[in-house]
Design a protein. Sequence first.
Length: 366
Amino acid sequence: MKIRNYYLFIIILIICINSLSMKVSGKNSEGRILFTSQGNLWVINPDGTKEEKICDITDYRELLFSPSKKKLAGIKDNDLFIMNWDGTGGLNVSKSPEIECINSFSPDGDKVICAVKATMEDTRGFLGIISINGTTYVKVKEFMITPKQSISWSPDKQRVTLIVNNKLYIMSVRGEWVKNLGDENLQKINPYNPSWSPDGKRIAFRANKSGTGDLWIINIESEGHRSLYISKVLSKKSELPRAAEWSPGGEALVFEAPNQNSKENNIYMVYVDGTLKLLGKGYKPFWSLDGKKILCESEEGKLRVFNTGIYSYSSSRNYPPFWSPEFFRLAYTNPVKKEIWILDIEKNKHKFLTGRNSKVLGWLED
């Protein structure tokens, strides 16, 4: 009993010392929210206190926060710049004014994929893979990509998959062609928006043969492909449905599909064996980090939460930068009101943080 009380005292003492250390150093153990508003970069505590303007960013467009939560990517005068999270130390890593848009960071934050616009020399435009330190710039001229085309990274971070001219490709980050998946039958269903499975063995993709946004899956090794969902309802919006998102453990996917009787889309969860579950309505669904919940946007811009009934986890998964350090909360932008809110996942409780045409970039870890 005395030994147990002794260890309990030691644990409490350590917690108190860490808490005091945080207060003395001025650091916030809960982190801070990094966001943009009215042409400036800001930070704010998750309780709404200490809102602070960091710097002017009006010269940049398409700011994107790195998964490492340390770097920002932005386009300035059609060049790609990498800077620290506070806007300092800006480095021109493309050194040629040809960048049209930023597609994504690599999961480890070391590289950025960009769509490169057409020039006198390259009349079609192409895909660029640029390291954040500016040492490598791989130009993949075989692939012309649209500005917002979905590109999915492999779990080992060494390959990407993308669809060009109805063909599903796998390519190394060095720009080397690896594999063209599927046959003519796959091309006929008009695949788009691929998504790599967490185990690296399969790729899910949407299909648009009849304008409906079906969901298919393909085995990378055997190239066998099959449908997981076939819709009979045409998409109502001009944009094609987003890529399906794999659960952290890879046993299921979440996706949206049009609903002819509702303004909002249906949100489905489907297992890899084809078992389908309708969760509700909304847009842009994604998984919680433990797979227990699925979140999506409502027509009003707030996040809805659905229970999945499963527990799904992957130790190798890279977490999006808008999650809090303890992973129970996330900061999100209400796209309708241009406000930033915090959602407590466990309590399903929303808290308004700030407005003024704001957009969240991510959750800093002090």
